[in-house]
Write a protein that binds this ligand. Sequence first.
Ligand code: NAD
Length: 246
Amino acid sequence: MLNEKVAIVTGGTRGIGFEIVRVFLQNGAKVVLLGSRKESVDNALSELKIENDSYDIRGYYPNLINETEMKDVFESVKNEYGHIDILVNNAGISSSTKIADFTEEEYDKISDLNIKSVFVCSKIAASYLEESKGVILNTSSMVSLYGQKSGVMYPASKFAVNGITKSLALELASKGIRVNAVAPGIIETDMVKKLPKEMIEPLIRSIPLGRIGTPKDIANAFLFLASDMASYITGVILPVDGSAKN
Ligand code: NAD
């Protein structure tokens, strides 16, 4: 479904991002994964190479909110492959901190990674994607639709991701760029393992499809939206959460 397409995936070293990378590779894409540390990037690359030595994959660990570093990444990918077709803004951190304990430092950390990185990477990607008539995909969350009982800046950051998605879909449509988001429900990754059981268990019990989601459930939605099968879809926040509430 993505033969010869070149994709850049932020937060591609584990969890949902890693599965997006794997599914894109399995579908013929060349993928550049971005992570926060050299070690995690190297581990992800070697795991994928062991899986299939012919995968065309490379990795970097730039600061996602530093325009100069990100321009260097996009320029080197363009020089290597000749075109860039897909940007997936997936890196993110969550929170369950109560408002009374929420520090300015945590506010900045969440807003930098979950919002500013989406802005910076999309801004830089736009000129490359205009050439290729490409796609921007963002990882939102079901909490961007319903809110969350604690960790206020996490859902707030995902409301912002939806705003960026819908606004850039409008702004970039005339350049032939589609912009969509996937809003995962509760997915079995390190992020969810870190959250308190008393927060997660009642949520899992309330899922109509009766199970927690897998990274593959989410990666398949990204695959569809990245592919030409979704050529007339833009500005959509697609819930993938096992729920009938939507
Ligand atoms: P994860 O913690 O397993 O992976 C997070 C990824 O982000 C990693 O690849 C990590 O390298 C990267 N990352 C973290 N901090 C970074 C930084 N400072 N700079 C660059 N990269 C950094 O999380 P996940 O569950 O796979 O989450 C991925 C995305 O999915 C996030 O945007 C998250 O908000 C969203 N999401 C997850 C769930 C869930 O239930 N797991 C639900 C809804 C939305």
